[in-house]
Design a protein. Structure first.
Lengths: 305, 790
């Protein structure tokens, strides 16, 4: 999640300004520290020293150390203003639009033009401008994937926007960056930037209805269909709940519970047995599953690619 | 013991502030250590998520409101009158009242732990997380009630200090001859007076949403959640200058003293402080760069924030120039002051980084900004406070602190602090968000979090060393002379500690650094007056039997207790609220009448040629402008955003309100007549017009009651829509102000009936009149903006 290893135009623009300010700051800090240190040594009290000259001030010096910092600030301000307007410009009409709904404590992503939706893992095509439309159904959150750019708050009642073009395929981590309650620390997200073909494949997979499972996974699906799960979750062809994340392609995600754990059968089973114990305040309750039931369900969910 | 409960002596009130605030500093410090223990490694379970969220909320709230602000107040209280050559503050009993309200507010906030509902929404409490829908328990109620109480304490104290500084300076002490610490204090008080009203209003909105169902932060009703953020930060940004300027003032006293030469560019340091205070009101939205305000607002606030860096930098350079060419005695106080110069530079530079929105979009809400704020608050405010502690300890206690232990304290604190917080810049840069109770092992944040925790314990050790030093000094420290440091300002001219009346005779003021001039003349070298100890040493004490010492009073403590009961009632039962209100009101009357007709209290005219009480009221009216301005601005911002009706044009009765407006305007005329009558001793007319003004006020209130009732019957309630919420709160608070005015006028009327309102009391009627006219003027603004303009 480094802010200094940019992977988008937005992040690179920021880093450029960051570098200018950092060098200016280091320079000023050096001047102040060296001066302070030297002065404290050079003008130390010695026994018998007379009273020093009671100098009151010096107008030219005051002007100098007012104007000099102002000039440094000008050097910082110019790229700052340029980048502000460049990164908040009207997005290109070719931009891929993604609606981001930030909820306590997970992320929903909808692609209106593509007719698909998923949760907690955002796939984006490399090299194509993206517009994230940030909506908040509950409290204020903040979308932050440092390598792809700065953060933007998700404010209920307002339509905030984040625009950038990802430049390198890869996986990037993000996390909610506005305190939003008990599990604010557990609201991570994963962004997968795909080459165009890989992105197209992913989109198709999102549209497809999952194949019929076999074995333990089939047991899991049967259990799913008759449990409380269906009230909150969507699995295409099986259930249509909207209170929790869409699980249609759950198995294709690298993590679960908004970036908390790697997506393995063991971790999913542990989660299913007692979500509130793992994620404080989570709205998904413990459903009283036996170990066997949890395993079956987990096997089913992980099979959903 | 009883003496401390009823004291009104500024020195004792200062010590009360200091001891209480130091205890809260330790409480906040323990909260910090628990935070750092939890974060020392990934996935720890030292505390639960819920507890952690309460810990960082309470740590921030405690350190800002219960530690740094009152520690600053300790020095304001103790030193400002001495530095001015005054014998106390303008209103000694109000001073004590401020302290007791602060104490009860702090206890109330921490009582939340005892009932298992500590505030857990961040010290900045963003709506709508703080609404009842998302945080239903009592935690937010504790938080908002405490802040309101603490706000009252700060406001009263601020008015007190402004009047003291502008109106109680010794003869010859022009404003530009005042020590820089006093100047910084003055700027801080103005910041408090003007910055607290907006957050008071924001908290009122939150309280009304939670207690009465209004819609101020209800998105479904059309509310804009940026409203809270703007109101909070319009307060919050000046607040950081409230926290740091006193430390800047202390450094501006300590460096010259130990370099043995004047503050370089003193007028520039003063003007830059005033500029910082002024511009500090124009940069608040740099806390909102990620909130989506749009590029124009981002750019404007960015430029403003960068501009503020200039006067701050100017101070750093002037301090360096003060030391340059001096003869520097490296006492502990000087260590801390020099430490501030270095550490605040780092904090200020990271602040400049935050001033650039693109960069800030990576840094805000990450550990980078946590590093920044601790560099300016610990490296700045706390180091400044320790400098002041070592500097003024002899004056306040009559004993010296151990210098060797002091330097160990400094180095332990400096090393511990940098170890704790410098790595946090890096943690923020590699993406660690703030306000998270844990993190994953694979994030790469583990090592530097561990280092930071070690540093935090270093800070704790440093503070502990100070406590040891203080304890040993109080028990058996070397006695301190009046002027242990060969000081420059007037506090060194009296004994250590000073006598109850501060100065045997009011000192002469020869210029800036007046005491130094007395000792050494204007130029370098001894001017014949002798450098040994100063003129007051050795001179016989001649008590001046014309000195009026303010008498102790129990009303400050009791009035504060009433407020405390009120707050408890808000969380328990309406009956308790009633009891608390009754106690508060009764005590306020007793307080106000305690010295009515005491000869020594009649004449209170100061440097400005104006009575203290009039100056105080004008300052208060300034805060009221911001209070009503905020309410009106919110009404206008929410205009047209209501999702359901009724709407203004459907329900406001312009003709009727024109009548009531006319009535209120006429009441001002009657007030003028009442004052004229009191001033010329015409008791009949005084009674007639005082009653008349109150009566017209009551008529206005009658109109308002009719209007409110009619509206409710028509379907416009507080809860109905944004119009209902904003309209009733705005006009309701105005009506509340009218009610207070009516009670005030009727009280004066009753006093007159009893023959206790004479010509000498005219200033009290004048002050009431000023308040009354102001309430009128506010109504004109409300009538125009809400009723007349469609």
């Amino acid at each position: 999640m480094s802010t200094v290893i940019p992977r988008s135009d937005f992040a690179r623009d920021i880093l450029h300004v960051y570098a200018v300010i950092t060098w200016a700051s280091v320079g000023i800090a050096l001047v102040v520290f060296v001066a302070l240190g030297w002065i404290l040594v050079r003008f130390r009290d010695r026994p018998g020293a007379p009273l020093p000259a009671q100098t009151r001030g010096h107008t030219l010096l005051e002007l100098a150390w007012t104007v000099a910092p102002a000039l440094v600030l000008l050097v910082i301000a110019i790229p700052t203003i340029q980048v502000i307007f460049r990164t908040q410009a009207v997005p290109s009409p070719q931009a891929l639009e993604v609606t981001v709904l930030a909820r306590q404590w997970w992320w929903e992503f909808r692609y209106p033009a593509l007719g698909i939706g998923t949760a907690n893992e955002l796939h984006l095509p490399v090299g194509r401008p993206v517009v994230l439309k940030l909506e908040g159904p509950d409290v204020i959150h903040s979308f932050w994937v440092p390598q792809l750019g700065g953060k933007r708050d998700v404010v209920p009642g307002r339509l905030n926007r984040l625009t950038f073009t990802a430049e390198t395929p890869g996986e990037y981590w993000g996390q909610c960056a506005e305190f939003c309650g008990a599990s604010h620390a557990n609201m991570g997200l994963r962004v997968v930037v795909d080459a165009p073909e890989a992105f197209a494949r992913w989109v198709s997979a999102q549209r497809a209805t999952p194949a019929e499972p076999a074995g333990l996974a089939a047991e899991g699906k049967a259990l799913y269909a008759r449990s409380a799960c269906v009230g909150c979750h969507t699995i295409r062809g099986v259930s249509a709940g909207v209170l929790g994340p869409d699980l249609t392609t759950f198995g294709s995600r690298g993590t679960l519970a908004a970036g908390m754990f790697p997506n393995t059968v063991e971790n999913v089973a542990a989660w299913l047995r007692n979500p509130p114990a793992l994620k404080p305040g989570v709205k998904m309750p413990a459903l009283g599953l036996t170990d066997a039931q949890a395993r079956a369900l987990a096997t089913y969910l992980v099979s959903l690619k | 013991m009883r003496a401390w409960l009823t004291t009104v002596d500024h020195k004792r009130v200062g010590i009360l502030y200091g001891v209480t605030a130091f205890v809260f500093l330790l409480v906040g410090g323990i909260e910090a250590l628990l935070i750092r223990l939890q974060l020392a490694g990934p996935g720890q379970r030292v505390v639960s998520a819920e507890t952690y969220n309460a810990l960082f909320t309470m740590h921030g709230t405690t350190m800002v409101f219960l530690a740094i602000m009152p520690l600053n107040a300790m020095f304001f209280n103790y030193m400002v009158p001495l530095m001015l050559g005054a014998r106390d503050v303008a209103f000694p009993r109000l001073n004590a009242l401020s302290y007791w309200i602060f104490l009860f507010g702090g206890l109330f906030l921490n009582a939340s732990f005892l009932v298992g509902a500590p505030p857990d929404v961040g010290w900045f409490g963003y709506a709508n997380l703080t609404t009842k829908q998302f945080t239903p328990g009592a935690s937010v109620d504790f938080w908002l009630l405490s802040l309101q109480i603490l706000g009252v304490s700060s406001m009263i104290a601020a008015i007190n200090f402004i009047v003291t500084i502008v109106n109680m300076r010794a003869p010859g002490m022009t404003l530009m001859r005042m020590p820089v610490f006093v100047w910084m204090t003055l700027v801080v008080q103005f910041l408090i007076v003007l910055a607290f009203p907006p957050i008071t209003v924001g908290l009122i909105f939150l309280m009304f949403d939670r207690f009465f169902g209004t819609r101020f932060y209800d998105v479904t009703a059309g509310a804009d959640l940026h409203l809270w953020q703007h109101l909070f930060w319009i307060f919050g940004h000046p607040e950081v200058y409230i926290l740091i300027l006193p430390a800047f003032g202390i450094v501006s006293e300590v460096l010259p003293t130990f370099a043995r030469k004047p503050l370089f560019g003193a007028p520039v340091v003063i003007y830059s402080g005033v500029l910082i205070g002024f511009f500090g009101f124009g940069v608040w939205s740099h806390h909102m760069f990620a909130a989506g305000m749009g590029p124009v607002a981002d750019a404007a606030f960015s430029i403003g924030t960068m501009l503020i860096a200039i006067p701050t930098g100017v101070k750093i350079f002037n301090w360096l120039a003060t030391l340059w060419g001096g003869t520097i005695r490296t006492t502990t106080a000087l260590h801390f002051a020099a430490g501030l110069v270095g550490l605040f530079t780092i904090g200020g530079l990271s602040g400049v980084m935050h001033a650039s929105p693109p960069v800030d979009l990576q840094q805000t809400d990450s550990y980078f900004v946590v590093a920044h704020l601790h560099y300016v608050l610990i490296g700045g405010s706390l180091f400044g406070l320790f400098a002041g502690a070592y500097y003024w300890w002899p004056k306040m206690t009559g004993r010296l602190l151990d210098e060797r232990l002091g330097k160990v304290h400094f180095w332990v604190l400096a090393v511990g602090f940098n170890l704790a917080f410098f790595p946090q810049h890096y943690l923020g840069a590699i993406g660690m968000p703030r306000r998270i109770y844990t993190y994953a092992d694979g994030a790469g944040w583990t090592f530097w979090n561990f280092v930071s925790t070690v540093g935090a314990f270093g800070i704790a050790l440093g503070v502990l060393l100070f406590m040891v030093n203080a304890w040993r000094s109080l028990r058996a420290g070397a006695p301190a002379p009046a002027d242990p440091w060969d000081g420059r300002t007037l506090e060194w001219r009296t004994s250590s500690p000073p006598p109850p009346h501060d100065f045997d005779t009011i000192p002469p003021v020869l210029g800036r650094d007046s005491f130094w001039r007395e000792k050494y003349g204007r130029g370098r070298g001894a001017g014949g007056a002798g450098a040994s100890g100063g003129p007051s040493a050795g001179a016989p004490r001649v008590p001046d039997d014309h000195i009026h010492l303010p008498a102790p009073s129990s009303w400050p403590l009791l009035t504060a207790a009433g407020l405390g009961i009120l707050a408890i009632g808000a969380l328990t039962h309406l009956a308790v609220v009633a009891v608390g209100a009754l106690v508060t009101v009764v005590c306020m009357f007793k307080f106000a009448l305690e010295h009515h007709r005491t000869a020594a209290h009649e004449h209170q005219v100061g440097n400005l040629g104006v009575d203290h009480r009039k100056v105080a009221l004008w300052v208060f009216l300034g805060s009221e402008c911001f209070f009503f301005g905020t309410l009106i601005a919110t009404y206008l911002a929410y205009k047209g955003r209501s999702v359901v009706g009724p709407e203004p044009h459907q329900i406001l009765n312009i003709p009727l309100t024109t009548l009531s407006t006319f009535d209120l305007l006429m009441s001002s005329l009657l007030m003028v007549l009442a004052l004229a009558a009191v001033q010329r001793g015409d008791r009949l007319q005084a009674r007639l017009w005082l009653f008349g003004t109150a009566l017209f006020g009551l008529i206005f209130l009658g109109f308002q009651v009719y209007e409110f009732t009619h509206f409710v019957l028509e379907g416009l309630t507080l809860q109905q829509n944004l119009f209902g919420s904003t309209f009733f709160v705005l006009t309701g608070f105005h009506g509340g102000h009218v009610t207070v005015g009516v009670v005030w006028l009727l009280s004066l009327w009753v006093l007159d009936l009893r023959g206790k309102l004479g010509v000498a009391d005219a200033v009290k009627v004048e002050v009431a009149g000023l308040y009354w006219h102001f309430v009128d003027v506010v109504w004109i603004a409300i009538f125009t903006l809400i009723y007349l303009i469609p």
